[in-house]
Design a protein around this ligand. Structure first.
Ligand code: 5GP
Length: 177
């Protein structure tokens, strides 16, 4: 029995995730033909998606990472976000794609889009592997969207539960068992 099987059920298989990543990468390759693109991943959750996406995009790509931490008022995020790790290079004049694992309330993305927009990039778009529209507090335009999911807590492919399960190659859901 694999280590996760008792606690996690598969929601989106590893093959389905990989096929979707290739599809999004092909779209990005088409949309940015002739341009350089900077993929900005939000740590730690989006790192798996960022790496697979970057490998599948047929363009000159640069990679940046940002770390953020949200302030929580109880269990709900307050929308106040603090940058714990910033990008390593100026973003002025660059074509940015902000790469996220999941857009839930949308508050993290809203903050990041405002913050990055103030640095005068040539353009900013959003790639998110998952969207949970049931919990949206703000509308985030997702240009490259993987899967829309129902309001369940998911793990795997970068997403954690107490830092565990990030290394699962599929998207899983914590089961009641
Ligand atoms: P938002 O600001 O959109 O509410 O929060 C986005 C962040 O919350 C995601 O980047 C992720 O870290 C975390 N998050 C939201 N929903 C889930 C979920 O179902 N599973 C896990 N593991 N993290 C989630």
């Amino acid at each position: 029995m694999a280590f996760y099987e008792r606690d996690v059920d598969v929601m989106i298989s590893a093959d389905a995730v990989q096929a979707k990543v290739r599809e999004l990468a092909a779209q990005i390759t088409k949309d940015y033909a002739g341009k350089d693109v900077t993929l900005i991943g939000v740590m730690k959750g989006s790192v798996f998606f960022l790496v697979d996406l970057a490998k599948a995009v047929d363009l000159p790509v640069t990679i940046e990472l940002m770390g953020v931490s949200s302030y929580h008022g109880g269990t709900e995020t307050t929308g106040e976000v603090r940058i714990t790790h910033d990008v390593s290079k100026p973003l002025h004049g660059r074509h940015l794609i902000l790469v996220e694992d999941i857009v839930d309330t949308g508050l993290t993305m809203q903050f990041l889009l405002e913050n990055l927009g103030a640095r005068h990039p040539a353009s900013i778009k959003v790639a998110a592997l998952l969207e949970k529209p049931a919990r949206a507090k703000v509308k985030i335009p997702i240009d490259y969207k993987g899967f829309v999911i129902e309001d369940k807590f998911v793990v795997g492919y970068g997403l954690d539960y107490g830092e565990k399960y990030r290394n699962l190659p599929f998207i899983g859901v914590m089961n009641a068992g």
